[in-house]
Design a protein around this ligand. Structure first.
Ligand SMILES: [Zn+2]
Length: 404
């Protein structure tokens, strides 16, 4: 039945769907609250609830507060009526999550992206992991609601294509019709959106964040991606925009040359590759660092080594991270000045692996916003879902596809 909810519906099916959507959003919820939200009569609401229970779409779960008489039954969606897959394709890893309808993670797989991670290799990995998970959890094709992908842009969401992302570690990522390929091989509905959008929507479901109306979400890793909620709704720019994006906001007009061809972009100072280059250049100049003891060949230094050095208070790496954080903080301050968010979530390896970077950026952005908007308070957070946010949100997109 759930899979039919996105097709042409009879009046009765529309009422069932309306009730299911409400129970999904607000559950556990009592019948009387459902009546308040829908305007249904007591008899009709009771009948529809019975029908949703018979269809194995909802269950009774506990009792609510009594308003005099008996405590009312509470209803919530049945989490294992179907399962769904959420996929995160980023420049550093591809992740596959199997989840139930309440986004409890049942299985996960991760592929580190490197120069061998062509579209063929990556899609084959996704396909095989999905088949493995189906086998291990004894699920059939009919048990799966669909596959959601959160990916690096630019995308053609309508046609389900990854267009031409820059800075991908492997070649071949040009006009990849990933939705059609996966749908053909697996037999599921596949939907795609920008990974930063799905991550923000996943975090925004959290009770802690729901009350914020304007939210800026940033993922900082190889690139710098951001997504925005304005007045409680995801704000979308045009689809299929260029390859670069928000990391190419200029923070120094006389600054460094950037990969986009411009000068002084945030990316040129605070991307993982920019930080790595600064560290390697400094070591080549003979500067002292704990990294000299750890690594034989300077060129072999990985971003993870720098994170570890920073977390062990290596003075050189700490200074480079503070400088990079300064430019990222100026960029974030500009976003805050324009968008006036009340919540800023900073995610991605650069923020989550190094408190020093996160602290430098938030301190600067916070001070700057106090100057521009003295009466406005901004909450900064690293989010609650960590690396899984994009894939969880991609799964959420599948459920929304059937319920909207
Ligand atoms: Zn640039």
């Amino acid at each position: 039945m759930l899979k039919q909810f996105n097709q042409a519906l009879s009046q009765k099916e529309k009422s069932l769907k309306q009730l299911y959507v409400l129970i999904n959003e607000l559950g556990p919820i009592s019948k009387s609250d459902l009546i308040v939200h829908t305007g249904l009569t007591q008899t009709t609401c009771s009948r529809l609830i019975e029908e949703l229970i018979d269809l194995h779409l909802i269950i009774e779960n506990g009792f609510g507060e009594s308003s005099g008489g008996r405590k009312p039954h509470l209803y919530e969606i049945k989490a294992d009526t179907h399962h769904l897959f959420g996929i995160d394709i980023s420049r550093t890893y591809t992740k596959v999550l199997l989840m139930d309808l309440r986004f409890n993670i049942k299985a996960e797989a991760r592929l580190k992206m490197d120069k061998t991670s062509t579209p063929d290799v990556t899609i084959h990995f996704i396909e095989e992991k999905i088949k493995d998970m189906l086998r291990e959890h004894r699920l059939e094709t009919r048990d799966i609601l669909g596959v959601g992908i959160g990916a690096i842009g630019p995308l053609d969401r309508q046609r389900g294509m990854i267009l031409n992302p820059v800075d991908f570690p492997s070649p071949g990522w040009v006009d990849v019709p990933i939705n059609d390929i996966l749908s053909e091989r697996l037999g599921f509905d596949v939907v795609i959106d920008y990974g930063v959008n799905t991550a923000l929507l996943a975090e925004y479901k959290n009770e802690l964040f729901k009350s914020y109306k304007n939210v800026v979400y940033v993922i900082k890793g190889v690139g710098n991606r951001s997504s925005i909620i304005l007045d409680g709704r995801l704000a979308r720019g045009s689809d299929k925009l260029g390859m670069y994006g928000q990391g190419h906001m200029v923070v120094d007009i006389h600054g460094r040359k950037c990969i986009c061809g411009g000068y002084g972009c945030v990316h040129a100072y605070s991307s993982m590759s920019a930080i790595k280059k600064d560290v390697i250049d400094s070591l080549k100049l003979g500067k002292d660092s704990i990294l000299n003891d750890w690594i034989n060949n300077i060129e072999d230094i990985q971003f993870e080594d720098i994170c570890q050095a920073v977390n062990e208070n290596d003075p050189l790496c700490c200074q480079i991270i503070k400088d990079a954080g300064y430019y990222a903080g100026v960029g974030l301050s500009n976003l805050i000045t324009v968008l006036q968010p009340d919540l800023v979530i900073l995610s991605g390896p650069t923020y989550t692996h190094m408190d020093l970077f996160y602290d430098t950026v938030t301190e600067l952005a916070s001070k700057r916003s106090k100057v521009i908007y003295p009466d406005h308070t901004i909450t900064f957070s690293k989010g609650n879902l960590g690396e899984n946010a994009t894939a969880i949100g991609a799964g959420g997109m599948v459920l929304s596809y059937f319920l909207e």
